[in-house]
Design a binder for this molecule. Structure first.
Ligand code: B12
Ligand code: SF4
Length: 571
């Protein structure tokens, strides 16, 4: 077979025919995985990508090869399409998360199945196919790399069908090992976290039109050196972007500041649970002992909105978990929350444990959508878990809750952003439906970009505490509420030149030494530039001599009385 006609299919999730169906949710991102695979075809080959979430599949055609991506809740539909095309004489290849988790189940519907990421196996398969000796099973093992990937076939994506056509992934996998996550099973047999070369990632970004990007990486900050270089390269590109990262990576060092400088405006954060015992039992150790409030403060101070992810039904959860979680999220000004009923996906350690304990109550994969209870919870009844989950969504997205969450932010612009983003996501369904029907999604991109535009990040002073130092990459000890930090944040995040006379005003505001600390902090956070004459704000024992600090932070505050002491640990 020399020249092949290939059809790539992303089948609709079961949800598409259920009460939870939200057209906008599935018109967000194009099928990036399939466009990645299509890049391995030869220029002579014919290819089409069909995403059933945005348009019906044309099943009357006769492609030679059909490539289907299978998620757990699209498995039923994927197998039906596979059977259909095999009956029409096509060679059917199945791959993706669910095929990797349950290969034998998938093999019954396929000519070839693929385990794990496709960057190494798919080109090998194409070569075998052309040589007439395609195997039944391809497993990705050693030698995984993202080096020298051919450019993703974005030309096969109908950009106009998506709100976020510029989705991108620059890493694969994640360095963590949470028991409930798909990751370890999917990447078994080889590396489970690896990155593109920064130059390649920047080249891919440069190829994307417009301003807005969405990084779909599991953990964009997972490799700090890679991420820092990437953000450095993105500075000045004028991009606005969204992504995902873990709690610990947000608190550590100054990577998150660099991300914000490069254009990060909203972040998906896996808080998962407010109960430490749940974190320990699910091996989510990177969250253990972390100050979640410091995470939200730090992100908000940088003007980054938060999409918080929370799981209900872990073994230490009781009836109070729903209200506790929702109240916390609203109080913290989390803009959007994604709640999940804990779901033991086949292939995960969580599934193995539950199965060994006899707690899996159904193998109807359609119900493994994180909205149904598919196992026996430990301290809740299945009914209470389902009702609590539904309540949490309703409560979090009530208008008064959205208003309350907005007011957690310190500036009107940030409050407005929060309000419009949350309301836009959950309260304007008829509008989205109309926009999709009229094929006008691209017209919404400027609106999205406006909502994601930079805010000053000015903090809510009421919430500032001395230990916010940690949120700025510094370890502080002792102390309590400190308005100086508020001043520092104002200065650092104001985005304007910090003039010497501002210091005097701030000194009047907060008092001598604290003003100097504030100034130092502002300097440290990038709020200064050379227009400031450092000697103007030296005073007494305070370490206010900005001119002696190296460009990267390395300052020390000592002997500042009993209020607080800080010792900078970054740089
Ligand atoms: C984007 C995304 C979505 C989009 C999907 C849209 C789309 N067009 O793809 C939306 C928003 C709709 C979505 C929804 C949900 N998602 Co989602 N989503 C993702 C995300 C962040 C990125 C997917 C992606 O593009 N990856 C990048 C590309 C390059 O990789 P890929 O798609 O996996 O493709 C590669 C391989 O899989 C393989 N491959 C795939 N198919 C095939 C076929 C063949 C033949 C071959 C050779 C290879 C191959 O090769 C590709 C290249 O390596 C992943 C996390 C992740 N990092 O993958 C979660 C993820 C897939 N989602 C997840 C979940 C849980 C959900 C939800 C259930 C959440 C919820 N409660 O709403 C829903 C699903 C609803 C439902 N009813 O089932 C889980 C899945 C867990 C599991 N075991 O199935 C993931 C892994 C997140 C996580 N860390 O837990 N999601
Ligand atoms: S941090 Fe997230 S992506 Fe990484 S292993 Fe845990 S759940 Fe999976």
């Amino acid at each position: 077979m020399n020249r092949v006609r290939v059809k790539f299919i992303l089948p609709a999730l079961t949800e598409a025919t259920g009460p939870y169906w939200r057209p906008i949710k599935y018109s967000l991102f194009p099928p990036l995985g399939l466009a990645t695979l299509a890049a391995y075809l030869s220029p002579d080959d014919e290819a089409v990508i069909e995403d059933e979430h945005v348009a019906p599949i044309d099943v009357a055609d006769r492609p030679e090869v059909v490539v289907i991506q299978v998620y757990i809740t699209s498995a039923r539909r994927a197998y039906a399409l596979a059977d259909h095309y095999r009956a029409r004489g096509a060679f059917v290849a199945l791959g993706g998360l669910h095929v990797t988790a349950l290969p034998d189940e998938a093999a019954a519907h396929a000519d070839a199945i693929f385990l794990g990421p496709g960057e190494q196996t798919f080109p090998r398969f194409l070569a075998d196919l052309r040589a007439g000796c395609a195997a039944r099973r391809y497993a990705s093992t050693s030698g995984r790399t993202l080096a020298r990937l051919p450019p993703i076939r974005r030309d096969l994506i109908r950009r106009r069908a998506y709100l976020v056509p510029n989705s991108i992934v620059v890493t694969r996998g994640c360095p963590q090992h949470c028991d409930f996550c798909y990751k370890d099973a999917f990447f078994e047999g080889g590396r489970s976290f690896y990155t593109q070369r920064v130059d390649d990632a920047l080249a891919e970004i440069a190829r994307l039109p417009g301003r807005h990007l969405y990084f779909l990486d599991d953990h964009l900050l997972g490799d700090p050196r890679f991420a820092a270089t990437l953000f450095e390269g993105m500075r000045g590109m004028g991009r606005l972007f969204q992504g995902a990262a873990t709690v610990d990576s947000i608190l550590r060092g100054t990577l998150i500041e660099r991300a914000a400088e490069a254009g990060l405006r909203s972040l998906f954060v896996g808080f998962e649970t407010l109960t430490p015992a749940n974190l320990a039992s699910s091996n989510k150790r990177q969250n253990l002992g972390r100050d979640y409030a410091a995470v939200t403060r730090r992100l908000h101070d940088l003007g980054i909105m938060i999409n918080g992810s929370f799981v209900f039904g872990m073994d230490d959860d009781e009836d109070d978990v729903f209200r506790r979680t929702v109240d916390w999220a609203i109080e913290q000004g989390i803009t959007t929350a994604t709640f999940h009923i804990q779901t033991p996906y086949p292939g995960t350690r969580l599934f193995a444990r539950m199965e060994a304990q006899g707690r899996i109550v159904t193998r109807d994969w359609d119900r493994y959508d994180t909205r149904h209870v598919v196992y026996q919870p430990a301290r809740l009844t299945p009914r209470a878990l389902k009702d609590g989950y539904d309540w949490a969504y309703r409560e979090f997205y009530r208008w008064p809750s959205i208003a309350r969450g907005s007011l957690a932010h310190g500036t009107i612009k940030h409050q407005a952003k929060h309000f419009f983003y949350a309301a836009g996501w959950k309260k304007l369904e008829p509008l989205w439906d109309a926009v999709i029907t009229l094929k006008q999604l691209p017209a919404m991109t400027p609106v999205l970009e406006a909502v994601l535009s930079k805010v000053s990040g000015k903090s809510d002073r009421r919430q500032l505490r001395a230990d916010d130092g940690e949120a700025y990459g510094c370890r502080t000890t002792g102390g309590d509420d400190d308005p100086a930090l508020g001043v520092a944040v104002d200065a650092a995040r104001g985005g304007k030149v910090f003039q010497a006379h501002d210091v005097a005003a701030r000194r009047r505001d907060v008092g001598g030494e604290n003003a100097d600390i504030a100034v130092d902090r502002a300097f440290h956070s990038g709020g200064f530039n050379r227009h400031v004459e450092p000697h103007r704000f030296h005073s007494g024992s305070a370490a206010g001599d900005a001119d002696r600090h190296p460009p990267r932070c390395r300052l020390r505050f000592h002997g500042l009385g009993t209020r607080w002491r800080a010792e900078d640990k970054c740089g």
